[in-house]
Every structure is written in C-alpha cells, then in structure tokens.
Design a protein. Structure first.
Length: 258
C-alpha cells in the first residue's frame, strides 16, 4: 500500500484515507478484506491513533468500509441486487404462485418473506388522499406496513394504502391475506385489475426508524419509490411506498414509448 503523498499540506487522516481508498479501488483490498487496525495504521504512518480513527471514519461515511464491533473494519461486499421491473405485476407470472417480490427473489436464488408491522384503518394524509381521491376527514383508508426480507437481509420497508371501501371485509385485514396472488388477487376480486402503474423514484438518506428496520450500514441511502395502481376504469385504487436499501435493491424499466 502506498504510504507516500507529495502534498505535505494534506491532513494526515486524509492521506491515510486516500491510500486505503486507492487500495480498495485497485483491488489490493478486496471486498470483505479486513483493514489494518488503528494501531497498525498509526504505526505505519507515524501518526496518533485518533488520526487513523478519523481516516476510517471518512471511509465509513463514504460507504466503502463497514466497522464490525469487536472484529475490525472491513471493505464493503457488493451484494447482488433484487431488481424490481415494470413487468412484475404481469399475469404471465401467475402460474408461479408467487408475489412480485417473492418471484424476484426466486429468480436470484434467494428466499423472500415478509414481516407485518401493523394493519389499521385510519385517516389518510394529504398525499395519500390526493392520490387515492379519498376524504381526509374520516378513516377512509387501510394501511398495511411490512418489512420484506431476501434471505436474512431486510431490503424493503413497505407501506400500502387501500381505500377502506375496497379493503373492508377482505383478507387485506389479516397478516396473511389468504389469496394465492396476494393483495392484488384480492383487489381483482373486488373489481380492480391493474392496467397501468405510475411510479416516482427518488433517493435520500434514511430516517432513523428506516435505518433500524432495514439494518442499514453507515452511509447507505435508500430508494423511495411511490407506486400507484390504476384500474381498468382509470381509477387509482392502491398506493404503496417502497423504501428500499439502495445497496441491495435496483429498478429495471423496459417499456414501449407511447
């Protein structure tokens, strides 16, 4: 590892961080490799341990390394992405008996599952009311909150909003909805078949509860995907916010140009 820098004005911590970053980018330090300890870096560069600690913090904030308590600091491993495509709701996948998320996991040899956080009837926010054309003055929406896992990794925090007039008396009120095609099977039985979807995608840093539920390492952003289902009569009937780990999730859109 190169320990010499021509710019003497550079802070020692940044010099150490630059050398480690270069070692990671060139493959000298491979994904999963353990970095030298703070003591080792301090001795190698002739600095205090606090200086080495600051260098590690810089790389942690960049998302290049992950500190593991009691074990050391490791180069972040690249994980295969769970890619959600625009065709994930297609009827051509119905015979699989899997929901869109479980199908995407299966394609990549992973086991998908979900954990229900809450199910409740409530008053919609202004955003939800606008998208689903609901009154804000009454509990007009069912809200389902879940965390989705691929193997042992929590990858999505998912909040689904469905008009109460559609959800009332159905399996949507239960943790296991009881339909082979999931919530969309129930929605179709209630007369709403998806003929169009609208999704807006943004990237941001996670909120504290998202960091907790998704077990997010430092410096990992999330993708915030707001999905709206529109039926055969051009009516919106389901709104879902996917908060996705950006290091484990991707999006793939392949669609004709109208």
């Amino acid at each position: 590892m190169n320990t010499q820098r021509p710019d003497a004005r550079q802070l020692p911590s940044r010099r150490i961080a630059d050398d480690l970053r270069q070692a990671i980018e060139t493959g000298e330090l491979l994904p999963g490799a353990r970095l030298p300890s703070e003591r080792e870096l301090a001795g190698q560069y002739g600095t205090a341990r606090n200086t080495a600690r600051e260098a590690i913090r810089l790389l942690t904030d960049e998302g290049l390394v992950i500190p593991e308590h009691g074990r050391g600091v490791f180069v972040r491993r690249e994980s295969p992405l769970i890619r959600l495509g625009n065709d994930r709701y297609s009827h051509k996948y119905r015979e699989s008996g899997l929901s869109p998320f479980l199908l995407e996991c299966a394609k990549q040899g992973k086991t998908g599952r979900f954990e229900v956080l809450s199910i409740e009837q409530t008053q919609p926010s202004a955003e939800v009311a606008r998208h689903l054309r609901l009154p804000m003055s009454e509990p007009s929406v069912l809200v389902r909150e879940n965390v989705f896992y691929a193997d042992q990794d929590p990858v999505h925090r998912v909040t689904t909003y469905i008009p109460w007039t559609i959800a009332e008396g159905t399996g949507l009120l239960n943790p296991e909805v009881g339909h082979p095609y999931g919530i969309h099977g129930i929605l179709e039985e209630r007369g709403h078949t998806m003929t169009r979807l609208r999704e807006s995608v943004s990237a941001r840093m996670p909120k504290p509860d998202e960091t907790r539920y998704l077990h997010l390492p430092p410096a990992v952003p999330v993708l915030d995907v707001l999905h709206l289902s529109i039926d055969q009569d051009h009516n919106p009937y389901e709104l879902t916010r996917f908060v996705m780990r950006a290091d484990l999730t991707g999006l793939l859109y392949d669609t004709p140009i109208e």
